[in-house]
Design a protein around this ligand. Structure first.
Ligand code: ADP
Ligand code: MG
Length: 697
C-alpha cells in the first residue's frame, strides 16, 4: 500500500490558524484570532487583508471560486459559487476577493424555508462570515462558513442561534467561575463530538428501489432470514469494500481538517459508525455536516450509497448520532471534569446540578430538538432511547446526589473525605460511571452524551437547546450566589436544593423497559411519542421565554421555526405516502396479479393430469389473492388519507393528519405487502428484497 504522510495531509485544504499565522501580517493575525475567540466586529482593513490572503492561498489549492456556505432550515447545507474573476478592461481579468465579499454575501432568501417570515418581509437574505469556523477549499471552491439571515436580521439558519447560544453559555459560565475566584478565564466554549452512524448499500440495489431514492428508506420489505440476531456484525471485521470506502472517507476528512478518529461496524448488517475527536461547538456542527456530505460523495466513487436515514430498514437497528457535550475554558479546563480536589468538585457539582436542572426543566425542548419524521421510527422502539428524556449519571454520582439530598456529610459513605467545613465532597473517580446504552442523556466521566439525535440531523438545534437551557440555569445560580458571604455553604445549599427539586429526571435503570414508561409517568416526565406531539411544545411560553431572555431567538424566529418543523415533517410523510402508492400501483400489485395468473394457470394445467395434487398450491394462490385484495383496499385507504392531507390547511394541521392518519395507514399497507412478499414467487417480485439490500455489499 502506498504510504501517506498523514500529519502533512491533515488540514491541507483548510485555512486554519497555522496558515493564518504564516500568511497574515502579524497585527492582522492577532486581530483575527481575537475575533475568533471573543466574537465581535471585524475591522474593514483587517477583513481586506484576510480576504486577500485567503484568496491567494485558495488559488494555490486550485480554487477558482468562492462560496458562502450556510445552513438554511432544510437540514442540509447550501452554497452558491462566485468566481474570483474581475474584469479590468481590455478583455483582461484578475483574480479578486475583497473583505466586503468575505464578510457579507447576498442571497435570495425566498427559496429557503422561512416559516412565514418571507411573506411579511423582503425576500432578500444575507450570509455573514463566521470567523470562528475555518474556511476550506473543496473541488475548486473556497468555502466560507457563514450565518444566514433575512433582510430584517431574523435568523433563517441553524448557525445563528448556535453562535448566540454559545455566547450566552460563555457569559453565564464566566459569572460562576468569577464567584469561584477564577479571574483569568476570558471565554468559555462548548465542546462537541458527534458520533455518526450510517448504512452502506450497493448502488445498483439502491437504484432499483424508488423508496430508497425518494425517501431514503424502504417503505416495505419483509425481514431477511438473518438480521442482527447473531450479533456478528457489531465490531466485526470490516469487509474489503467497506474498508476501502472508509479509508477514502478518512483521507478526505483529514484533508479538511476533520479529526476522524474511530470507525467500526455497528449492530445491524451493513451499518457502521464514524467518530471524530471533539471540537468547539460551531466547528463541530460544520464538521459534522461536512462529514455527512463527504460520506455520501465518497460512497458514489465506490459504487456504493451511504444512507444517513434513521431507519432505512424495518426490523434491524436504525442509525442515530451521539452528541458528546462539555464546557471548556479558554485555558483548556474541562468544567465537567470532576477533578481531583474538593474545591473543584464543588464547582463541578454545581455545573452538574445546573445540567440536571436544565435537562429537567427543558425536557420537552430537548425532545423537540431531536424530533423529525425519520427519528420517530427509533425513539421508544427498543433500539434507541425512549421518547422520554431522562439522565444517567452513574452509581458514584448517584450515591453522592443521594447523600447531598439527605443532607449527610459524605464521610459516612466515602473513604476519602476532605473537610470543607460544609458537607464534605470526596474525590469523584472518573471511570466509575458505567455505560448505560439505554439512557437518552448520560454523564460519561467528563462530558454528557445526548443520545437521542437522528443520524441525518444537523446537530445544531440540540446544542442550541442544551447551551441555552444550561446558560439560563447558570444565570439564576449566579444571581442567587452573588453577594453570599460563605460561598461554599451557599453553593452546597443550592446544589442540595437543585437535586431535591430535579431528582426525578435522573434514572439509572433500563430505559427500554415498560416499567420505566410507567415510572416516568408517575414522576411527571413528558413522553412525547411523535414529532408532532413534540413540536406542539416548541412554542410553550416557558420555551419562548428561555430563548428570548437569553438572546438566542426572538419570538418571531421561534414561531417561524415551529412552522417549518411542522411543514418539513408533513412534506416528508407526504412524499413517503406518494412513493408507496406509486410503487404499489405501478409495480407490486401488477406483479402480484401476474404471479396469481401464472400460478392459477399452472394449477389448471396440473389438474388436467389425473392424480396430481395441487392443494398446497391452491392454498398459496388463495392466500396471495386475499392479500392482494386487501392491499388494493389499503391503497385506497391510504389515498383517502392523502386526499384529506391535501385538503387540510395550515402546517400544524397538515402535520397532524400525517401523524394521526397517513402514518398508520402506511403501516397497515406495509404489513400486507410484506406478507405478500414472503409467498409471492421470486421471479415476479419487482424489487430487491432485504436479503439483497443488506447483505450484498
Ligand atoms: P464512547 O465510546 O463512550 O461514546 P469516546 O471516548 O469514544 O466515548 O468518545 C466519544 C466522543 O466523545 C468522541 O467524539 C470524543 O471526541 C467525544 N468527546 C470526548 N471528550 C469530550 C469533551 N470533553 N467534549 C465533547 N466531546 C468529547
Ligand atoms: Mg458513544
Amino acid at each position: 500500500m502506498e504510504q501517506k504522510n498523514i500529519p502533512e495531509l491533515f488540514g491541507c485544504q483548510v485555512f486554519n490558524e497555522d496558515v493564518m499565522r504564516k500568511r497574515l501580517p502579524r497585527e492582522v493575525y492577532e486581530s483575527l484570532i481575537c475575533t475568533m475567540d471573543t466574537g465581535g466586529e471585524i475591522d474593514a482593513s483587517i477583513a481586506d487583508a484576510v480576504a486577500s490572503a485567503m484568496k491567494d492561498w485558495a488559488i494555490e489549492q486550485g480554487a477558482t471560486h468562492y462560496t458562502h456556505w450556510f445552513q438554511p432550515l432544510t437540514g442540509m447545507t447550501a452554497e452558491k459559487h462566485d468566481s474570483f474573476i474581475s474584469s479590468v478592461g481590455n478583455c483582461k481579468v484578475v483574480m479578486d476577493f475583497s473583505g466586503k465579499c468575505l464578510i457579507k454575501g447576498e442571497s435570495d432568501a425566498s427559496s429557503f424555508p422561512s416559516g412565514g417570515l418571507r411573506s411579511t418581509f423582503e425576500a432578500r437574505g444575507y450570509t455573514m462570515w463566521d470567523p470562528g469556523s475555518y474556511a476550506f477549499v473543496r473541488d475548486g471552491s473556497l468555502y466560507i462558513p457563514t450565518a444566514f439571515c433575512s433582510y430584517t436580521g431574523d435568523a433563517l439558519d441553524t448557525k445563528t442561534p448556535l453562535l448566540r447560544s454559545m455566547d450566552a453559555l460563555s457569559a453565564q459560565t464566566l459569572r460562576i467561575l468569577r464567584l469561584f475566584g477564577d479571574t483569568a478565564t476570558e471565554r468559555v466554549a462548548v465542546t462537541v463530538g458527534a458520533e455518526q452512524e450510517y448504512f452502506i448499500i450497493d448502488r445498483k440495489m439502491y437504484e432499483l428501489r424508488e423508496d430508497l431514492m425518494f425517501t431514503g428508506r424502504t417503505l416495505f420489505g419483509a425481514p431477511a432470514p438473518k438480521g442482527q440476531e447473531l450479533e456478528d456484525h457489531y465490531f466485526g471485521p470490516l469487509k474489503t469494500r467497506i474498508r476501502a470506502y472508509m479509508a477514502d472517507v478518512d483521507e478526505e476528512l483529514w484533508k479538511l481538517g476533520i479529526n476522524s478518529k474511530t470507525k467500526h461496524n455497528e449492530a445491524a448488517p451493513a451499518q457502521h459508525e464514524l467518530a471524530p475527536i471533539f471540537a468547539k461547538g460551531n466547528m463541530a456542527v460544520d464538521q459534522n455536516l461536512l462529514t455527512m456530505e463527504v460520506m455520501k460523495l465518497v460512497a458514489e466513487r465506490h459504487d456504493l450509497i451511504c444512507l444517513l436515514h434513521e431507519k432505512p430498514y424495518a426490523g434491524v437497528n436504525g442509525s442515530g448520532k451521539h452528541n458528546n457535550w462539555s464546557i471548556c475554558t479558554d485555558r483548556g479546563k474541562n468544567l465537567l471534569d470532576p477533578g481531583k480536589t474538593p474545591e473543584e468538585n464543588l464547582q463541578f457539582l454545581l455545573f452538574l446540578a445546573a445540567v440536571v436542572r436544565a435537562v429537567d426543566e427543558y425536557q420537552e425542548l430537548l425532545r423537540v430538538s431531536v424530533a423529525h419524521a425519520g427519528n420517530d421510527h427509533r425513539l421508544g422502539s427498543g433500539e434507541a432511547p425512549p421518547a422520554i428524556v431522562s439522565m444517567f449519571i452513574g452509581d458514584d454520582l448517584d450515591e453522592l446526589v443521594d447523600a447531598i439530598v439527605a443532607g449527610q456529610t459524605l464521610a459516612h459513605r466515602h473513604r476519602k473525605v476532605m473537610n470543607l467545613g460544609v458537607p464534605s465532597v470526596p474525590t469523584i473517580r472518573r471511570d466509575r460511571t458505567d455505560r448505560n446504552r439505554t439512557s437518552p442523556f448520560a454523564f460519561t466521566g467528563n462530558k454528557f452524551e445526548f443520545r437521542m439525535l437522528g443520524s441525518s440531523q444537523n446537530i445544531a438545534m440540540p446544542n442550541v437547546v442544551l447551551n441555552t437551557a444550561v446558560a439560563r440555569v447558570l444565570s439564576e445560580f449566579a444571581d442567587e450566589l452573588t453577594g453570599k458571604g460563605d460561598l461554599a455553604e451557599a453553593v452546597t445549599a443550592l446544589i442540595r436544593k437543585t437535586f431535591i427539586n430535579h431528582r426525578r429526571i435522573i434514572f439509572n435503570g433500563n430505559g427500554y423497559s415498560e416499567e420505566w414508561e410507567k415510572e416516568a409517568e408517575r414522576r411527571g416526565l413528558a413522553n412525547l411519542k411523535t414529532s408532532v406531539d413534540a413540536y406542539r411544545h416548541f412554542t410553550d411560553e416557558k420555551n419562548i421565554a428561555l430563548f428570548t431572555e437569553m438572546g438566542v431567538m426572538s419570538r418571531t424566529e421561534i414561531l417561524s421555526r415551529a412552522e417549518i418543523l411542522f411543514e418539513n415533517y408533513a412534506k416528508v410523510i407526504h412524499i413517503e405516502a406518494e412513493t408507496m402508492l406509486r410503487m404499489l400501483r405501478r409495480d407490486v400489485l401488477p406483479a402480484v396479479g401476474s404471479a396469481l395468473g401464472d400460478m392459477a394457470g399452472t394449477i389448471g394445467a396440473l389438474q388436467d393430469h389425473v392424480g396430481i395434487k395441487v392443494n398446497g398450491q391452491r392454498r398459496t394462490v388463495e392466500r396471495l389473492a386475499e392479500l392482494s385484495d386487501r392491499a388494493y383496499a389499503a391503497v385506497d385507504e391510504l389515498q383517502t388519507k392523502v386526499d384529506i392531507f391535501l385538503a387540510a390547511e395550515g402546517a400544524e394541521e397538515k402535520a397532524a393528519v400525517c401523524a394521526d392518519t397517513i402514518v398508520p395507514a402506511m403501516a397497515g399497507l406495509r404489513a400486507v405487502v410484506d406478507e405478500m412478499e414472503t409467498i409471492c414467487p421470486a421471479d415476479f417480485w419487482p424489487y430487491p428484497t432485504y436479503a439483497e439490500l443488506i447483505f450484498r455489499v
